[in-house]
Design a protein around this ligand. Structure first.
Ligand SMILES: [Zn+2]
Length: 545
């Protein structure tokens, strides 16, 4: 009996680059891709030539630097896609423009239909630097309920929306939420925390087919900025189905690792029943779409964050916790026993302290858990003692410089300058030995290289440099944004570096970020992006076969 000779390894792509930063310490000059995977690497530009055959596309990218595609540890791709289908008030520059867009949408809408705005807006971008009022929204759309959610924790609505949600003068605040009032006791239309969801539940969303198509468009926009993976920071089960539809129709241009929301408005038993009813656990899915875990939200954002010391702008206010720590401990322990990973939004120092209490209690009850099972999302104002506890407990932290970049002006007003400059001190976290993974949380495609520039300079959009002493180096920033997120997603063996056997998620840049001046990174965009051996961004057809 004779053996067939082994099939010779023939590459689909042979890419020769100026340099290839593997993220494992080595630098190469050529990368070979076969199917969805990296098949070979070489320190020589011609080192893989004998693996090329008639079907191999040879890409001469000697002018480019190759990196692993970026992996965003915390971003709301679903919300960004949903926003695409909503009134784009993020483009308004005054209250009149904002309400004008609402009035236009109401004019085009069916009688009584909800008018829902995108959530990607902030009053600091409006000339008046304030929220639109209930009266202004009433004037713009007297006969349509209007829901203007701003980010994840606040919304402004009109009278018709309050009526549609059954909210009157006597309605109590929901757990973890606040329905705002005017001085005269009437409603002011401002909703916080759980109250946002209480009203949003009445606003019908777009259909699944529409959402799936929007995910295709939005994911392509992230891919065009060099992103290969997004850990989706909060969805419900209907939205998970939309993701499955998008994956099934081959529309997703980034890998997605969703987190399923466990809402603070649920009772303990209802939360445990929801988790039981999922019928799966963390890790279910495939390389394209794999469930990361569960998402809890323990406090608010810049306004609602639970602080140890009062707000600079409101000395009587220390923010709020959405969960009773004992209830959350019980729900999280049940989830961890069932094989679920948990990520919890905690922004203020008081929220991080409460979350560490919860996670330590869960670990004590359930037993040792692998790294990146219980995760702190943001931890913006964590102090030194909390950093030590997070490291000791093995609780990793997802960090997002773009929150500071975007919100520093608001933080200076609400938290004051001392707290703002120590938001997310990556140098301190790293010095303490923490596991970190970098991301954005901006609810819109954000250039990862602008994020890298921010981590390296502590630069912000409109408040200059904040806490330059907390900057980190470019190589470390890139590592947190590739290997860091791969570890967070429990797939270091599949993604995060340019290593044979790993998935071929690559991005090519016209500058080498490791030698470029930091300010040249802020606007640097990729020449191409590859996900799983397929071009997801290739405007100059450099990868054409
Ligand atoms: Zn988020």
């Amino acid at each position: 009996m004779t053996r067939e000779p082994a099939e010779p390894l023939r590459l689909d792509y042979l890419i020769r680059a100026g340099s290839v930063h593997s993220m494992t310490g080595e630098t190469y000059r050529s990368v070979g891709v076969r199917g969805p995977e990296i098949a070979a690497v070489s320190a020589e530009p011609e080192g893989l030539d004998d693996l090329a055959g008639a079907g191999t596309a040879v890409v001469d990218a000697g002018d480019l630097t190759l990196l692993p595609a970026f992996a965003d540890s915390h971003e709301h791709l679903m919300e960004a896609s949903r926003s695409m289908l909503l009134v784009p008030v993020g483009e308004a520059r005054s209250v009149a423009e904002f309400t004008g867009m609402v009035a236009d949408a109401a004019r085009d809408a069916a009688p009584g239909a909800w008018i829902v705005t995108s959530i990607g807006w902030h009053e600091s971008n409006l000339a008046e630097n304030r929220l639109p009022t209930l009266a202004e929204l009433d004037a713009a759309a007297p006969d349509h309920p209007v829901l203007a959610r701003r980010g994840g924790h606040l919304a402004v609505v009109n009278s018709a929306a309050l009526r549609a949600a059954g909210i009157g003068p006597e309605t109590p605040d929901p757990p973890g939420g606040k329905i705002g009032r005017l001085a005269d006791g009437g409603r002011d239309g401002v909703l916080e925390g759980g109250a946002v969801y209480q009203v949003a539940a009445f606003a019908p969303g777009p259909g699944r087919a529409q959402l799936a198509a929007a995910l295709g468009t939005t994911s392509a926009a992230y891919a065009a900025l060099g992103v290969g993976t997004i850990r989706e920071a909060m969805i419900n089960l209907e939205e998970l189905l939309a993701y499955q539809d998008a994956a099934g129709r081959d529309l997703l241009r980034v890998r997605v690792r969703p987190m399923i929301r466990v809402g603070a408005e649920l009772t303990e038993d209802a939360a445990i029943a929801l988790i039981d009813g999922l019928g799966a656990r963390s890790g279910f899915g495939d390389d394209r779409l794999r469930i990361w875990g569960l998402k809890f939200v323990l406090d608010g954002g810049v306004e609602g964050a639970a602080l140890e010391q009062p707000y600079a702008s409101d000395p009587g206010n220390c923010g709020h916790l959405n969960w009773d720590p004992a209830a959350m401990t019980r729900v999280c322990a049940e989830a961890a026993r069932r094989g679920w990973r948990i990520g919890t939004h905690a922004v203020g120092d008081r929220a991080v302290r409460a979350l560490l209490d919860v996670y330590e209690a869960v670990a004590a009850q359930v037993g040792p858990l692998p790294p990146w099972t219980l995760v702190i999302e943001h931890g913006l104002l964590a102090g030194p003692a909390q950093r030590q506890r997070a490291v000791r407990g093995g609780f990793g932290v997802t960090v997002q410089h773009p929150i500071l970049w975007n919100m520093a002006s608001e933080m200076l007003l609400t938290w004051g300058p001392e707290r703002t400059r120590r938001v997310s001190p990556l140098d301190q976290w790293l010095a303490a030995g923490a596991d970190l993974a970098a991301g954005t949380d901006l609810v819109r495609p954000f250039n990862p290289m602008t994020n890298v520039w921010g981590m390296v300079t502590r630069g912000t959009k409109s408040a200059g440099i904040q806490g330059p002493e907390h900057a980190i180096g470019v190589a470390t920033a890139l590592e947190l944004y590739t290997m860091g997120t791969a570890a967070l997603n429990h797939e270091q063996d599949r993604l995060g570096s340019i290593t044979p056997g790993k998935l071929a998620d690559l991005v090519g840049y016209p500058l080498d970020p490791l030698t470029a001046a930091p300010d040249d990174l802020a606007g640097l965009t990729p020449a191409f992006t590859i996900m799983g051996g397929r071009a997801t961004h290739d405007p100059d057809k450099r990868l054409a076969r």
